[in-house]
Structures are given as structure tokens and as C-alpha cells.
Design a protein around this ligand. Structure first.
Ligand SMILES: *[C@@H]1O[C@H](CO)[C@@H](O)[C@H](O)[C@H]1NC(C)=O
Ligand SMILES: *[C@@H]1O[C@H](CO)[C@@H](O)[C@H](O)[C@H]1NC(C)=O
Ligand SMILES: *[C@@H]1O[C@H](CO)[C@@H](O)[C@H](O)[C@H]1NC(C)=O
Ligand SMILES: *[C@@H]1O[C@H](CO)[C@@H](O)[C@H](O)[C@H]1NC(C)=O
Ligand SMILES: *[C@@H]1O[C@H](CO)[C@@H](O)[C@H](O)[C@H]1NC(C)=O
Length: 814
């Protein structure tokens, strides 16, 4: 028997997916086509992805251009609704500025589609008034799509033009590229930056491209989200670095740091605020919509601008999320699918049980920041969702409170968002595990068979019924198809994967635009350049654009003083407090260690011989735990578990190492907060790497001098239950904690031992799995010392008693 999953749910799912006996008996080399995920096969997948991109691009150029988008089913140009300003879902990303082009110039460069590129470069060069539009757009959306797209293409074109190694330097449109995309970017930047000039330093969300803030009705400016306010700092700081006009950096960085200094005592930022009153409008946070790119851009700005403060923001936030937001039901603790849930920023408690489609980006960011093990686990949840819905619904409850009758899906559309495939790309680059290619192949197949339309690609309007949308947002090409194409580039042939990009601290923007900045180069001031160009272009079609940006530059950019970013130095809560001179204790923050090591191989087998994915414990726990939510809509046909694709399984699972599912635990899990949660981030958690007096090593142990003010994840061990380590708890084991039953239990108060009659439940024992989000190693113990005023109780054998139960793995140091 190979599959030992205890849960009937899991087994029936597996049987539904593929025949059981086939898994067991298949010979790994016999009937598997040798081409499966071979280099030649991957080249084919890459080629097919490019074909899809070109289909969408050509449809846009034939039927949509110069509007912002093309509608994929009806083949019509599509732009803002000039009559209904309140249709912000439609209007926010469309300024009547040919957004599809702006968002995809760099895609054309990456695909080396020079003829198509040349056509649109000519168009942009001849359209200096591109942004002089009487339209209202959202500042964040046009920053990431248009401003980022223009700067990225500018950087790529300059590199291709100037790098002697570049294979494209002889292409005509590249040879003659003179930097005009940066001028368009500056023009757009000057139009957007007034949104940040508020008295509160919090930006209003929208701007009238030709008339500024005044051209936007007040009702559209009432609310902005944390991601929308904070993240433009990345593109705008880069625009300052590339142009020499510091105004962009000044305003957007002030906003970023002001937001960060408004975090809760738990180091969490809520999702929405009122920019005019500068007040938070809610007290919830998470990793998805409205706050996602805050974390992403803290990490990416730290890379792009070599900014240590930004790195601290990311680290502090990540630790806070591990502590409060990481949701691991039994059966997934430390392995299996993990969810970062929405929580209250003040209490850390679960605030809602939905996951959103945008949150699928998180595992990509975890890879980028070195948290590969965590990344595999968060990605796994989205894989299960994809298996069920052939997509990621915009918002779904991961706990279906109404079980059979309830609807787990809250928002039922899927506009072909890129986040799941983006994370798959990051995970593949980090692990080179073929599972991630297999996932890509399935996504490609769905794009080809289900989502492809006459003029592009349609996502689901309703994943439950299969109804499609007649809209193709610009990110379908600029992100979804781009990441898929890059995923299949296992041979590193695409420009971005070649040595052309060596020595560049480049990152993908949140819209998949590669951006970089070389701080060794002196900051260029384009003032002189602009003057020269104005003289040379005096009568050219571009003179109006040059006049405009030169005037703005003279207004702001001539400032000679360095701008100080007032609130930049954030107050970071130290994770320690001084404990006196404890011998044998080295103060190490176990969280910090996560960032000190480079996790490159979370799996136990090497690439391409087999998939390490099958060595993951609890690979199928989530199928059972979330079985209520993962209900495949009828119109999609039979369930497809990508990880159980028969060919792939036979080829990559290694029959010698058969798929084993651990039993799901049956113990109870609870979360206990001791003391005031607001002081939590100031308690010290250390490792004990030195010798105990008796000479035993403490390398797995934790030292927590003050248990008060901590948050514990507890597992309740009872006879005959299966614990999170896959053991059945025996009577003997529980009894071992109560051998000396006659021993009086006692408490320690004010440093004095007081015999008391505390009653302890002798049929169960508690185990601490996490303290303040820090995992307790199953081999280790937690040491603490009775602290003055602490209300903990201790047994005569120095174990802590909590909630009337003895704790298995906390011991008093004395
Ligand atoms: C949209 O842009 C086009 C140029 O591409 C222009 O002709 C048209 O007038 C604009 N529409 C509006 C309503 O401003
Ligand atoms: C932009 O602002 C101008 C001036 O206030 C206004 O007349 C125009 O209607 C605004 N545009 C839109 C699309 O509302
Ligand atoms: C920088 O921004 C602050 C407000 O955020 C503003 O008061 C100041 O004038 C700006 N400085 C420059 C040089 O733009
Ligand atoms: C501005 O900053 C640069 C780099 O930090 C420094 O070299 C220069 O002296 C500063 N200029 C002024 C006016 O403070
Ligand atoms: C512990 O100290 C507090 C205040 O210092 C006092 O009120 C309390 O009575 C003391 N308890 C014992 C058992 O001495």
C-alpha cells in the first residue's frame, strides 16, 4: 500500500484523479514519452506562449489601437467611460492613452519582436501629447502600468543599444533610440505628482490627466489604500534617479515613511485610509488586495536602491505577519499548505476568512526575500484552488462556514490575473523543480482551450457558471503571458536571463516591468540635455513635450539642496530587552536567522531527476481540510490535480520513493495570548546554542525570559489522538508527566515558592508549537525563568501549567 492517507476524502479525490493501480505499478521509464518537459518540449511550450501573446497583441493593434484596450470577444476598441465617472473599475486603468502599448513595450523587447516594437515606438515618438487627456485615472494604476512600463523600456532599450554584448544593438529602432520614452515618463510623472501634494502627505487616489487634482470630483477622492499610497515610491524614486528631479522621490518617500510610522504596535498597517483627514478607515490587514505591494515594494526598493531601512520595513512586516497572520490548521503546521489570513492590526486576531486572488503573488515575494520553504507552502494553497476552479476566484472563503449549502466564493470573477503564474515562475527559478513547469503547462493549456477568443483572451466573469468577460486587461499580456513565457525559458535564452542583466540589481515591478538602477553612476541631471534637445527639436513635433517638461523641471528640478526625508528613520521595535547577564544564553532572534540563511533547496531531491514536490509532507492535507471550499463547478468537468497528472507522476515521482501522506492530526489546536498583546514585539526570544551545565547541547532550545506578553500556539495532547508529528499519543506518554502524583504542585509568586492546590488535568498535556510566531523545534524545549509579577504556575518538576494543563515543552530555568 503506497498511499496511506487516513482521510477518506483524500483517497477518493486521488481515485477520481487517476487510477490508483497505475500509480503503484507504473514503470517510470516505460510508457512515458521521452519528450515530457525535455528541453525540446519546453522550447515548444515557450513558442506556443509567444504565439498566444502575438495573437493578443495583433488583435489589439488591428481592432483596439489607439484605444486603451481591445475587447476580446466583440473585437472593439475599449477605453474609459467618459459619461460615467463613477465606473472606476473601468476607468482607473484607462486614460485614453493606449495603455496596452505602454504596459507592453517591454514585453515586445523581451520577446524580441522588433518590427512590432518599431511601429509603436514611431507612434509614441510622434505623439507628444499622449498624456494630455481629459480623463480621470487612478494614480497607482497608471504609475505601475504606464510610468513603470515606459521606464522599463527606456532602460532596456538603452542597455541593448549600448551594451557591446547585446545581440540587438544593430536593430534599427534600437540603434536610433534617443531616450524619448523617459521624456514621456517625465511628462506623466509631472501630471501624477500633484496627487501627493496634500497637506496630510497622503495622496488622493485619482487625478485628471490634463487638469490635475482640481478636475476630479471630491466623491472619487475619499479613500485610498495602503498599497496605492505607499507603492508609487518605487517608480517615482527611480524617476528622480533617472531624471535628476528629486521632487518625485521627495513626495512619495515622505508618504511611504509616514505610513510606516503609523503602524500598529504589532507592526501592522491597516488597508485603507482617508487621505484628506489622514485617518485610517479600517483596522484590518493581510497580504492581498489593498496592502500587497506595500510589502513587495519595501523589499524591492531595498534591492533597487540598496536601502537598508526599506529592508527593515520588509523584515519587520514579515515577522509580524508570521506571528499574527499565518494560518495553519492541524495537518499543515510546519508543512502542507499555509495561508496568510486577514487579521485585526490591534489584536492580531483573525478578522475574516477570505483569500483573494491577488494574494497569490505572496509566494513569489517570499522567494525573492529568501523564504523559499514558506513560499512552497503558500503557493500550494493556490495550486489547490487552481486545481478546483481552473482559475483563482477573486475572493473565496477558506472556511466555508455554511458547509454544504454555503457559497465559499464571495467574488466570482477571474480576469486572468497573473499572480499565481508569477509565483510559479519565481519558485521554478529558485528550485528548478519540474512541478512548476507542469503547473505552467496546465495554465498554458487552459489559455489555449478555454480562455482564447477571436481578439485576445477572456477570463471568467463567473467561475461558477463559466460565463466569460468581454475584457482583456493590459496585465494579461504584460504579466500573465510574460511570466508564463519566462517560466518555460529553462535554458536561459531570453534577454532577461542572459548575462546582459549581470551586475544589475534588477527587480520586476509589481506589473512585471524589469527595473534597475546603478547607483555607482552619478545621478544624471537632464537639465542640460533637455535644453540641447529643445534647441535641436525646436520645430519638431516633440517641441511641445520638451517645452512642457523643461518648464516643470525648471520649477522643481533646479533645487540644489538635498531633500531630507523627514520621517525616514523609522522607529523599529527591538525584538529584545536586556535580561541581565544570563550565562550560556546568546541573544539570537530566531526570526532573524530566517533571513541570514539562503534557502535554495526546500526539497530533498535534485532537479529533473524527480520532483521534490512529492517529498513534501502533507501534500494532500489541504485537500481534506479545505474540502468544503474546493468544490469543482460542474461546467469544468472532472477534477484535475496538476500534481497528479499521470504522465508527470510516472516520470517524476520516483517509484522507489512512493507518495506518502501523513495521517491528519486529530488533536486540538488553540491560540493563547498571555498578557497585553501590545508588548509582544518587545519580548526577547533567544536560542541557547551553548552548553548546559551538564554538558548537553541546547541547539534546538529557545530562551524566553518573560513568558508574559506572548502568544502561544498550543496543541492539546490526549490519549489516542494523532498529534502534529504524526504520532499516536499513548496513555503511558501522558502518564509520564504525572508519575509523582503525590508531589504537591506549587506556584511561584514574587520569587517565593508557594505550595498551592492548583488542580491540573491529568488526562491531557499541552505542547507549544509556536511562541510569537517563532516555531518551536520538536526536538527542543522552551526555557523561561519565573519573572516577578508573572502569573504562570509551575509544577514541582519545573514545568509550566497553563489553562490547568501541564505544558510538555516549557521548563523553568531554575
Ligand atoms: C482619445 O484619444 C484620441 C487620440 O488617440 C483622441 O482623438 C480622442 O479625442 C480622445 N478622446 C477623448 C474623449 O478625449
Ligand atoms: C477634468 O477636469 C476638467 C476641469 O475641471 C473638467 O472640465 C473635466 O470634466 C474633467 N474630466 C473628466 C473626465 O471629468
Ligand atoms: C518635499 O515634500 C514636502 C512635503 O511632503 C514639501 O513640503 C517640500 O516642499 C518638498 N520639497 C521639494 C523640494 O519638493
Ligand atoms: C547631497 O548629498 C550628496 C550625497 O549624499 C552629498 O555628496 C552632497 O554634499 C549633498 N549636498 C548638500 C548640499 O548637502
Ligand atoms: C506579591 O507582591 C505584590 C505587590 O508587590 C503583593 O501585593 C502580593 O501580596 C505579593 N504576594 C505574595 C504572595 O507575597
Amino acid at each position: 500500500m503506497i498511499l496511506q492517507c487516513a482521510q477518506g476524502v483524500i483517497i477518493s479525490l486521488l481515485i477520481a484523479a487517476i487510477s490508483f493501480s497505475q500509480i503503484v505499478q507504473a514503470n517510470p521509464s516505460a510508457d512515458v514519452p521521452p519528450s515530457h518537459l525535455s528541453p525540446a518540449h519546453l522550447r515548444l511550450l515557450k513558442y506556443e506562449t509567444k504565439e498566444l501573446f502575438l495573437h493578443a497583441w495583433d488583435s489589439y493593434m488591428n481592432y483596439g489601437f489607439p484605444a486603451d484596450e481591445v475587447t476580446p470577444i466583440s473585437c472593439q476598441p475599449y477605453g474609459p467611460d467618459f459619461f460615467d465617472l463613477d465606473d472606476t473599475v473601468r476607468n482607473d486603468a484607462m486614460g485614453n492613452t493606449s495603455s496596452t502599448i505602454l504596459d507592453n513595450l517591454d514585453s515586445l523587447i523581451i520577446l524580441e519582436e522588433w518590427d512590432r516594437l518599431s511601429v509603436v515606438l514611431d507612434y509614441l515618438e510622434g505623439t507628444p501629447d499622449l498624456f494630455n487627456q481629459n480623463t480621470i485615472i487612478q494614480v497607482f494604476e497608471s504609475t505601475i502600468r504606464s510610468l513603470g512600463g515606459l521606464m522599463s523600456s527606456h532602460l532596456l532599450l538603452e542597455t541593448l543599444r549600448d551594451d557591446p554584448q547585446s545581440r540587438a544593438s544593430e536593430v534599427e529602432c534600437i540603434k536610433k533610440y534617443d531616450g524619448f520614452l523617459l521624456e514621456l515618463a517625465l511628462d506623466l510623472g509631472y501630471r501624477l505628482i500633484p496627487a501627493f501634494k496634500t497637506t496630510t502627505q497622503m495622496p488622493v487616489p485619482r487625478i485628471n490627466l490634463s487638469k490635475g487634482v482640481k478636475g476630479v470630483p471630491a466623491r472619487l477622492q475619499k479613500e485610498t489604500c495602503t498599497a496605492g499610497a505607499a507603492s508609487p515610491a518605487l517608480e517615482f524614486t527611480l524617476l528622480s534617479k533617472l531624471s535628476g528631479d528629486l521632487i518625485f522621490e521627495n513626495y512619495t518617500q515622505q508618504t511611504f515613511w509616514k505610513l510606516w510610522s503609523s503602524k500598529s504596535p504589532l507592526n501592522l498597517l491597516p488597508m485603507t485610509l482617508d487621505p484628506l483627514s489622514s485617518l485610517w478607515k479600517d483596522s484590518t490587514t493581510g497580504i492581498g488586495a489593498s496592502v500587497d505591494s506595500f510589502y513587495e515594494y519595501a523589499a524591492k526598493m531595498s534591492i533597487l536602491f540598496d536601502d537598508k531601512d526599506m529592508w527593515n520595513v520588509f523584515k519587520t512586516s514579515y515577522k509580524a505577519l508570521l506571528t499574527h497572520s499565518l494560518y495553519e490548521p492541524l495537518g499543515t503546521v510546519n508543512s502542507g499548505g499555509a495561508i496568510f489570513s486577514n487579521i485585526d492590526v490591534n489584536s492580531g486576531r483573525l478578522a475574516s476568512v477570505w483569500l483573494d486572488s491577488l494574494g497569490a503573488f505572496w509566494s513569489g515575494l517570499q522567494v525573492l526575500t529568501g523564504q523559499v520553504r514558506d513560499a512552497v507552502r503558500t503557493h500550494m494553497i493556490y495550486l489547490k484552488i487552481w486545481n478546483t476552479y481552473d482559475s483563482i476566484p477573486e475572493r473565496l472563503d477558506f472556511v466555508n462556514r455554511h458547509s454544504e449549502t454555503g457559497r465559499p466564493i464571495q467574488l466570482e470573477w477571474y480576469p486572468l490575473r497573473p499572480e499565481f503564474i508569477e509565483s510559479t515562475y519565481y519558485l521554478y527559478r529558485a528550485t528548478r523543480d519540474p512541478m512548476y513547469l507542469q503547473i505552467g503547462e496546465r495554465v498554458l493549456e487552459l489559455l489555449q482551450t478555454k480562455f482564447k477568443q477571436r481578439c485576445g483572451f477572456s477570463g471568467f466573469q463567473n467561475v461558477l457558471t463559466g460565463e466569460l468577460q468581454d475584457r482583456m486587461e493590459t496585465f494579461v499580456m504584460s504579466e500573465t503571458l510574460k511570466y508564463l513565457y519566462l517560466l518555460f525559458d529553462a535554458e536561459d535564452k531570453v534577454l532577461l536571463h542572459t548575462n546582459l542583466m549581470d551586475n544589475k540589481n534588477w527587480v520586476f515591478s509589481t506589473e512585471a516591468h524589469p527595473l534597475w538602477y546603478d547607483k555607482r553612476k552619478t545621478v544624471p541631471t537632464i537639465k542640460k540635455k533637455l535644453e540641447d534637445r529643445r534647441i535641436n527639436n525646436e520645430n519638431s513635433i516633440r517641441s511641445s513635450l520638451l517645452d512642457r517638461i523643461t518648464a516643470k523641471f525648471n520649477m522643481y528640478g533646479s533645487l540644489s539642496d538635498n531633500i531630507t526625508i523627514a520621517q525616514k528613520a523609522p522607529h523599529l521595535y527591538p525584538n529584545y530587552y536586556t535580561t541581565g547577564d544570563q550565562e550560556n544564553v546568546v541573544k539570537v532572534d530566531p526570526y532573524e536567522e530566517r533571513f541570514n540563511q539562503c534557502e535554495v533547496s526546500p526539497f530533498s531531491t535534485g532537479p529533473f531527476t524527480s520532483s521534490g514536490y512529492y517529498t513534501l509532507k502533507n501534500l494532500f492535507s489541504s485537500n481534506a481540510i479545505y474540502g468544503n471550499v474546493l468544490k469543482r463547478p460542474k461546467h469544468l468537468g472532472p477534477h484535475k490535480d496538476i500534481e497528479l497528472n499521470e504522465n508527470f507522476y510516472n516520470r517524476f515521482s520516483l517509484v522507489q520513493n512512493p507518495l506518502e501522506c501523513e495521517r491528519l492530526p486529530t488533536t486540538e489546536l488553540s491560540d493563547v495570548v498571555l498578557g497585553n498583546i501590545n508588548f509582544m514585539s518587545s519580548i526577547q526570544i533567544s536560542k541557547l546554542p551553548l552548553m548546559k551545565p551538564k554538558g548537553e547541547k541546547h541547539e534546538y532550545d529557545l530562551w524566553i525570559p518573560k513568558m508574559a506578553f506572548s502568544r502561544l500556539k498550543l496543541e492539546k495532547l490526549e490519549v489516542d489522538k494523532i498529534d502534529t508529528m504524526n504520532n499516536r499519543i499513548t496513555k503511558e506518554y501522558i502518564e509520564s508527566f504525572f508519575i509523582e502524583k503525590s508531589d504537591p504542585l506549587f506556584t511561584i509568586e514574587n520569587g517565593t515558592t508557594i505550595v498551592s492546590d492548583v488542580k491540573v488535568d491529568s488526562t491531557s498535556v499541552l505542547r507549544v508549537l509556536q511562541v510569537n510566531g517563532v516555531d518551536v523545534d520538536p526536538r527542543g524545549l522552551i526555557w523561561t525563568s519565573p519573572y516577578l509579577g508573572e502569573t504562570l504556575k509551575y509544577t514541582s518538576r519545573n514545568r509550566v501549567v497553563l489553562e490547568g494543563m501541564v505544558v510538555e515543552n516549557i521548563l523553568s530555568w531554575w
